[in-house]
Design a protein around this ligand. Structure first.
Ligand code: SF4
Ligand code: SF4
Length: 444
C-alpha cells in the first residue's frame, strides 16, 4: 500500500483505468447532464476521455470536463457500472488531478478557515466557541463526535447533537474545526496532495489519541473523503460511521427518553447520495410522539452546497423549488433539514411564511423535553439587513476576541454568508501579495 496520498491516488486511478471499459453507462444515466452544456458527444466518448485523462493525463474533452465539474455526488452511477468501478470516485480523482495543475479556488483552506471562525464567532458564547474550535485534551473515550469544518457555520445543530448524545449517556469528545480538517479541501479543491495527505493523517491520528471504538461524522463531505475516497489509505483501529447511523441504532433507547410530544407536520429534505442518512433521520422522526412525517423528499446530490448540488445549479433550482412545492402541497408546517449545508440553503425560505425551517436535531432535542440550541445563523439570515446583522453579532465577536470594523463587515459579510470562497471569492482572506490589496479588505 503506498504511504503517500499521491501514490495512493495514482494506484486507485490505475485500477480504475484497468477496470473501466468506457462503456458509458455511468454517463448515460447521470441526472446532471441535461443541465450542463456538454454538447452531443456520446457517453462512450466522454467516459473514454475521463479514462484517458486518468491514464495518460491527456487533456479532457470539453464535455468530459463539464461532466466532471457538474457531478453533484448523487451516486446514481455507482450501481450502473457493470465493472464494479465507482464512477463518482473516478470523477473525484479527475477533479483532484485537474486542481493540481490549475486550482480554481486557490487559498481555499485559508479563506474557508477564517470565514468559519468569523461565522462561529458571531453566534457562540466563548465557552461554546472554544468547545468547537479548540482541540480537547486526549482521554480514552468510546466515541469521538467529529464535526468537520463547515458545520461550525451553523453551530446550533452540533450542540443539539451533543444534547442527544448526552441524553443517551454516551461518553464522547468533540473533534473538529479547521485545526482538525479531514483534508478534502487541500486534496480535492486545491490539488495539493502532499498537504492534503498530511492533514488527513494528522486528523486520523488525533482521533486515535482518544482510543475510540467509533468516530461519528456529522459532515457528509468529511464522510465521503474519509470513508470512500481514502478507504484503505489509513487502517484505523476505530470505525468511522455517520452520526445518524449511531443514533438510529439507538432509536428505542432514545424513544424511551422522549417526554414531550412535538405536534408538527413535517416534510423531510434528504439526499440520494447517502440515502441511508435520510432513511435514518426518517426513522428517528418517526419515533417522536405527536410528529407527523408527511413526506421525505430525496433530491439529487449528496448534500446541498459547494461540492454537492450547487455544482449543478439548474438541477438544484428545480429540486429546491419542488421541495418547497411539496411542503405547501402536503400542508406541512415545518421543513426539516438534514446537513448544515441544507440548513443554510433553506433557512431563508422561512421568510416566505407558511412554514418553519428546523434541523432534525432541533426536533430530537424538543422531544427530549429540552430547549434546542438557539439557531442564530437562521435568525441572522432572516434579518436581511446587514446593519442589523452586524449590530446583533457585535457582542459575540467582541466576547470571542474577534475585531472587525463595521465597514469591513458590511463589505465582506455577504460573501462570507454565501460561502463565496468556494467560487473563488472572499479575497479579503487571501494571503498578502496574492491578490491586489483593494480586494483583500483587511491588513494582518
Ligand atoms: S455521482 Fe451522480 S452526478 Fe456524479 S457522475 Fe455519478 S450519477 Fe452523475
Ligand atoms: S466507470 Fe463503469 S459504467 Fe462508467 S464507463 Fe467505466 S465501466 Fe462503464
Amino acid at each position: 500500500m503506498p504511504n503517500s496520498l499521491e501514490g495512493f491516488f495514482a494506484a486507485r486511478s490505475a485500477s480504475i483505468v484497468d477496470a473501466c471499459t468506457s462503456c458509458g453507462h455511468c454517463h448515460a444515466i447521470c441526472p446532471v447532464l441535461p443541465f450542463t452544456d456538454a454538447g452531443d458527444a456520446t457517453s462512450a466518448a466522454v467516459t473514454a476521455s475521463v479514462r484517458g485523462y486518468l491514464d495518460q493525463g491527456a487533456p479532457m474533452s470539453t464535455p468530459a470536463q463539464r461532466w466532471t465539474e457538474a457531478c453533484n455526488g448523487c451516486g446514481d452511477c455507482i450501481p450502473a457500472c457493470p465493472e464494479g468501478v465507482n464512477p463518482r470516485q473516478m470523477l473525484i480523482l479527475a477533479l483532484t488531478r485537474g486542481a493540481k495543475s490549475a486550482a480554481r479556488t486557490p487559498h481555499l483552506f485559508r479563506k474557508m478557515s477564517r470565514a468559519i471562525k468569523l461565522m462561529a464567532g458571531m453566534q457562540l458564547l466563548p465557552a461554546e466557541f472554544s468547545r468547537l474550535l479548540v482541540p480537547p485534551r486526549p482521554r480514552a473515550v468510546p466515541v469521538v463526535f467529529y464535526t468537520g469544518c463547515n458545520a461550525l457555520r451553523t453551530p446550533h445543530l452540533l450542540f443539539n447533537t451533543m444534547m442527544v448524545l448526552d441524553a443517551l449517556d454516551i461518553d464522547y469528545e468533540v473533534v473538529g474545526g479547521p485545526s482538525s480538517c479531514c483534508g478534502v479541501i487541500h486534496t480535492k479543491w486545491q490539488g495539493d496532495l502532499g498537504t492534503g495527505g498530511r492533514v488527513s493523517a494528522n486528523t486520523l491520528g488525533r482521533f486515535a489519541e482518544f482510543e475510540p471504538q467509533q468516530v461519528l461524522n456529522w459532515c457528509p463531505t468529511c464522510h465521503m473523503h474519509l470513508t470512500e475516497s481514502l478507504a484503505a489509505f489509513h487502517a484505523g483501529s476505530f470505525d468511522i460511521n455517520h452520526v445518524t447511523d449511531f443514533l438510529c441504532q439507538r432509536t428505542d433507547a432514545l424513544a424511551a427518553k422522549f417526554v414531550r410530544p412535538v405536534r408538527k407536520r413535517v416534510v423531510l429534505h434528504a439526499h440520494k447520495g447517502y440515502r441511508g442518512v435520510g432513511d435514518n433521520v426518517a426513522r428517528l422522526l418517526g419515533a417522536i410522539p405527536g410528529l407527523t412525517l408527511a413526506e421525505t423528499v430525496y433530491e439529487s446530490g449528496y448534500t446541498c452546497g459547494g461540492s454537492g448540488c450547487s455544482r449543478s445549479p439548474g438541477l438544484q433550482a428545480l429540486e429546491h423549488g419542488h421541495l418547497l412545492d411539496r411542503v405547501r402541497a402536503t400542508g406541512a408546517d415545518t421543513l426539516v433539514t438534514l446537513y448544515h449545508g441544507c440548513h443554510a440553503a433553506f433557512a431563508g425560505s422561512e421568510a416566505e411564511g407558511g412554514h418553519r425551517v428546523l434541523n432534525f436535531t432541533d426536533l430530537l432535542v424538543e422531544a427530549l423535553g429540552e430547549a434546542p440550541h438557539e439557531d442564530r445563523n437562521k435568525q441572522l439570515r432572516l434579518r436581511r439587513d446587514w446593519d442589523m446583522i452586524i449590530a446583533e453579532a457585535r457582542p459575540y465577536l467582541q466576547a470571542n476576541g474577534l475585531t472587525f470594523s463595521d465597514e469591513w463587515l458590511r463589505e465582506w459579510l455577504p460573501q462570507v454568508f454565501a460561502q463565496q470562497e468556494f467560487k473563488g471569492g472572499l479575497d479579503c482572506f487571501a494571503p498578502p501579495g496574492s491578490v491586489p490589496d483593494q480586494h483583500r479588505g483587511i491588513e494582518e
